[in-house]
Design a protein around this ligand. Structure first.
Ligand SMILES: *Cc1c(COP(=O)(O)O)cnc(C)c1O
Length: 412
């Protein structure tokens, strides 16, 4: 997305792709030096990853946390801990990162998509309930952009059906819901430490386990299911190596000390932004889940196409001319419209687990866009602004001014 600044007033905004918008400093460097000097880069022999795991668990009040190589690996460990049978269904959202979906298929389960609320972009107890069948094995909820799902009714539904809940909190570090941290409300929480997240090791992930039933399988899955510390250790089941390196662990320890400040700065910036665009018609600040704390991984504008000429695409184009980049329609299309789902491109030509002997007598797995009015509306109206803890008040005023001017220019 190269930019041609057309106006002299174009301002360079801090960005999470490089040091302008990332907070690495002497703390990370000091830890990294110690790791290298120790000569132990592997977490099974080192101390940094273990230290981070206990620090993170403690900061979250979670009983258990385990590091992985990515957020995708964290989700994979969560699904593997639940251990679905081939063809079991796992309910999730069509607006998420593909890394939250492919692990379901690798664990031989079929992703079933619940519609989202068109204002919060999150799944709800109602949309999840509509997808529950006798084959449902688990529910994955994503706290999209850092705003929590309305968890009370979701947990009530899940408990009434005996279904475990996995929270994808990759975009939701220190997000709160009714005084509780997102990621500690369901049975398992998943986090990503990828470059663009609130805290980062470049690549990395964390799983928190709140239900003892899943602790052992989560731990084993990340390390080839080898029974470290057991009397007669063995490789107990099919599993991978998703262990984090000590280098990442050392950076993660330093990042954890900073994340609260990162979240605080993002919330302050976002609140200023919201106050500056409060009077607009047709362009709206992010919807907030009541009684909760949004941590603004991104700042999402909602563009009402009935009030803004040309809708979200025209809006993003006009914003760009004012030097502000955005992602209209976020992921462009619901996840189930991607080739992997549309053409069921999985294991060889088998189409497994969408097709196969376990599906005998069952109708084909199909995803119909007509069943997802909330998702369609969400993607048609969302304009995602990058957001950063290093934005100054002037940066925010600059962004807000562009948004206000664009809204006036395109008002129907
Ligand atoms: C980033 C992200 C992931 C995947 O994390 P990786 O570290 O990139 O594998 C999963 N889910 C959501 C919601 C994400 O934002």
């Amino acid at each position: 997305m190269a930019t041609i600044p057309t106006k002299s007033r174009v301002r360079e905004l801090p960005s999470d792709v490089n040091i302008s918008g990332r907070n690495f400093g002497p703390e990370e460097l000091k830890n990294l030096t110690k790791v290298l000097e120790s000569g132990t880069l592997n977490c099974t022999k080192g101390t940094w990853v273990t230290q981070f795991e206990s620090d993170f668990a403690q900061s979250y009040g979670a009983p258990y946390a385990r590091c992985t190589t990515s957020g995708t690996a964290a989700i994979h460990a969560a699904i593997a801990a639940i251990d679905p049978e081939p063809g079991d269904e796992i309910i999730t959202t069509p607006i998420t990162d593909m890394g939250a979906l492919t692990p379901i298929i690798y664990q031989t389960a079929i992703p079933v998509f619940a519609d989202v609320d068109p204002y919060t972009y999150n799944v709800t107890a109602e949309t999840i309930a509509a997808q529950i069948t006798s084959r449902t094995r688990a529910i994955v909820v994503t706290h999209l952009f850092g705003n929590p799902c309305d968890m009370d009714p979701i947990m009530e539904l899940a408990r009434s059906k005996g279904l475990p809940v996995i929270e994808d909190a990759a975009q939701a570090f220190y997000t709160e819901y009714k005084g509780r941290r997102a990621g500690t409300i369901g049975d398992i929480g998943c986090f990503s430490l990828q470059q663009g997240k609130h805290m980062t090791t470049g690549e990395g992930g964390i799983v928190t386990v709140n239900n003892d039933m899943y602790t052992r399988r989560t731990r084993l899955f990340i390390d080839k299911a080898w029974g470290y510390g057991d009397k007669n250790p063995d490789h107990y089941f099919l599993a991978l190596n998703y262990r984090m390196t000590e280098l990442c662990g050392a950076v993660a320890c330093a990042q954890l000390q900073k994340v609260e400040k990162v979240v605080g700065a993002r919330v302050r910036n976002a609140d200023l932004m919201t106050s500056l665009i409060a009077d607009l018609d047709g362009v709206y600040a992010p919807a907030l889940t009541p009684d909760s704390k949004h941590v603004y991984w991104k700042y999402c504008l909602r563009i009402d196409p009935a009030q803004i000429t040309g809708g979200v695409d025209a809006f993003a184009r006009a914003l760009k001319e004012r030097g502000i980049f955005s992602a209209p329609r976020y992921i462009q299309k619901p996840a189930f419209a991607c080739e992997i789902f549309r053409d069921q491109v999985t294991f060889g030509k088998s189409g497994f687990p969408f097709r196969g002997p376990h599906r005998q007598g069952l109708p084909p797995v199909e995803y119909n866009i007509e069943d997802y009015p909330g998702t369609v509306e969400a993607l048609n109206t969302i304009c995602v602004l990058p957001w950063n803890e290093f934005y100054t008040d002037e940066d925010v005023r600059y962004i807000a001014e562009a948004v206000v001017e664009t809204a006036r220019q395109l008002r129907v």
